[in-house]
Design a protein around this ligand. Sequence first.
Ligand code: ATP
Ligand code: MG
Length: 709
Amino acid sequence: MGVIVLLIKRIELKNFRYVEDEVLDLPENELFILLGKNGSSKSTFLWAVPFCFYGFSDWTLKNTLKWGKKKGSVKIYFEIKGNKYVAERHFDRTSSSFSIKQFMNGEFKDLGGGLNKEAEEAFRQIFPVPQEVFLQVVTRVQTDNTDYQLGSFCSATPKGMYDTIKHFVEVVKIEKYAKVNDEEINRLKDKKTRLESALETSKRTIKDLGLEEISDERIEEKDEQIEDLKEKLEKLDALLKESEEYWEAVEKLESAEKFVKKYSGIEDLYKRWDKLRSIEKPEVLFDADKLEEINEKVGELEEKISNLKKTLPKLEDKEFDLESIQNKIDKYKDKQRDYKAKKKELEKTLEHLKNGECPECNRKFRSVEKRIPKTEEKLDNLKSYEEEVSKYTSEYNDLVNEKKANEKKINSINKEIVKLTEKVSSLKEKAAKMEQAKKATEEYQKKADFKKKYPFDVNPDELYRQYQNKKEVIEELSSVKERENPGKPERWEQVIKQGNNELVDLKTKKNDLKDKKKKYEYHQSQIEENQEEFNEVSDKLEKHLKMSKIYSRTGAPHFMVKEFLYYLQQYANEYLDRFTKGRISIEFKTNHNSKSKPIELIFYDADRNNAPRPYSTFSRGEKTRVALSVEFLGMGKVFSNLTNINLETGLIDEVYGLDEEGQEEFSEILSELSGTRKVMGGVVCFNSMAQNFEKIIRVEDGKLIKESA
Ligand SMILES: Nc1ncnc2c1ncn2[C@@H]1O[C@H](COP(=O)(O)OP(=O)(O)OP(=O)(O)O)[C@@H](O)[C@H]1O
Ligand SMILES: [Mg+2]
C-alpha cells in the first residue's frame, strides 16, 4: 500500500450552524488563520470536517442545522494519492446522509451507489483513519467532550492512555490474531493427540495380532491347491454320473423282467381279444323273459281295444229329434205374435168405445157403450203363449247338450283306441327286433364273457402295449449286466462331499491369508501416513506456539505500544524543549503485566531539580504548551512515521492562555509544520496574535471576508 496523503482543499457549508452559504478554499503551502470576533463562526468551519467525515459533533442535528432552516449540507473537497474526492453530508433536523464521489473522466462519480453504509465503507477504504485519531491530529476542534479537548491525553488515566494509543497502533487487530492463533494451537494439539493415539493403535494391532508381511507366493500356493482339488472333483463327478446311470439301468431292467414274468399270459389272451374286439353291441339285446312279457301286454291291450269298440255303435246310433221341437217352438212363437196384435187392437177399440166413438168410423154414438162389455170379455178371453215357447225352448236346449256330450264321449273313446293301437304296434315292433337280435346277442355275449373273465386291472390293449415295451427294454438293457460294476453312487457322493469340504477349507485359509495381508498393509500404511501427518502437525504447532509468544500480552501489542511511546516521548520532548525552554520533559513508563497501570506518563520539571510532577499542577499556559507538544504536534508526527498515512492537513482551533512569547513560539512551530504539512491553519480571535501568521482570513457574522496580511 502506498502512502496515504490527506489534503483538504475546500469546505462548503449550507445552513451549518450560523453559516448560511459559504465556501472556504484552504490555502496550500501557506499557514493561514481564521480571524474574527467571538461568535463570528470561525470554529464552525473546523467542525465541518469531522462532521462531514464521521458525523461527529457536539450538538444534536436539530442544533447543527441553522435555526429556522429545513435542510443543510457540508461538502469537503479533498485529495488522496492525487485522486480528487468530494465527501458530502446532507442533513435535516432528524437525520443525515453521507456520500462520497470521486472525480473521474471529467465528473464526480458516486462510490457508495447512493447508500449510506456503502459510502462509509468506501470512505474507510480510501482513508482508513479512525475518528479518534483524526480528532487528535487532523482537526483539533474546540469541544466540551473531554475525550478530545486539548490535554485530554496528558490528563488521562493510564488505561485511558493505553486505549487511545490502541486506536493509533491498531492493537485490537493483533489481539484478534492472537485469538485466532490460540484457536489454531488448540486445534493442532487435539490433532496431535489424535494422531498419537492412532499411531499407537496401529502399532499395537500389528504386534498383538502377530501380523506379519505375507508374501504373494503363499496365496498363490493356495490357489494352485484349490485348482488341483477342483479338477479332482470334476473327475469324481463324472464317476458319480456313470454309477448313477448304471444303477438306474439295472433297476429298469429288473423291473421290466419282473413285469414280463408277471403278465406272461397276456399274449394268448390278447390274441383271443383281438378276434372279439370288433363285435359290436346289438341295438336290442335278445331277452326271452322280456319278450314273453311284451307279448302278454299286447294281448291285454288288444282285448281292451275290442271292448271299447263294442261301446261305440250304441252311442253313434242314438237319435236326437231336434227338428220336431223346433217346429213346435216356431208354432207357438207365431201364436204369441198373433196374441200381441189382437190384444193391441182390442185395447184400441176399447179406448174408442170408452170415449163413445165408433172404432170403425170414428163417429160418436151413444149406443157404442153397449159394445164395451163384449170387447172386455174378448180381451179377457185372449190367451198368451209365452209359457209354451219357453217350455219348448228349454227342452230344445237340453237335447242339444245331450247330443254334444255324446259326441265328446265318442271322440274320447276313439282317441283311446288310437293310442292303444299305437302302443300295441310299437310293442310288436320291439318284439320283432328282439327276435331278430337273437343271434347277434349270442355273439356279443362271448365278448362280454371275455371281459368278465379277463384277469387284469389294465385293459388288454394297454397291458399288451406295456408288455411289448418292457420286452423292448429287456432287449435293450440286457447287455448292462455284462458291464463292469462301477460301485454304488453313495460311495462317490461320500468322496465328493469330503473333497468339497476340503475345498471350502482351502478357500477359507486363502481368504484368511488375504485378510491378514490386507490388515497388515492397512496398518502399516496408516503408521506411515499418520507419522508423516504427526510430524507436520508437530512442526506447525511449534511455529504457532512461537507466534503465541509474540502475540501474547507481552508480545506484539506491548512492542507496538512501546514503539509508539518511544517516538512520542522523543518528539514531544523536542517540542517541549522549544516551548518550555528546556524546562519540562516527559517520560513514558510501561508495565504490560499491570492492568490498571499499563502506561505511566511522568512530567519532569528542571526548575524543581527534575522532580516528577502531575499534569494537573501546571498553570493554564504551561498545560497548553505541554498538551500541544504531546498531542497535536507529537502524536501527529508519530502517527505519520509509524503508518503509511501522511496527514498533510492540520487544522487547530483557538489555543488559549499563551502569553506573547508562547503565541510567537506556537505560530513559529505551526509555520515550521506548514513546511511539511501542505495545509496548515488555525483559528485566532486576537489581532495581535494574527500578526504572526502569513495569511489571514477574516470571518464576520458567519461570512468570510478575504484579505491578505
Ligand atoms: N444552530 C445554529 N444556528 C444558528 N446559529 C448558531 C447555531 N448554533 C450556534 N450558533 C451560533 O453560531 C455562531 C458561531 O459560533 P462559533 O462557535 O463558530 O463561533 P467562533 O467564531 O468560533 O467564536 P469563539 O471565538 O467564541 O470561539 C455563534 O454565535 C453561535 O451562537
Ligand atoms: Mg470558536
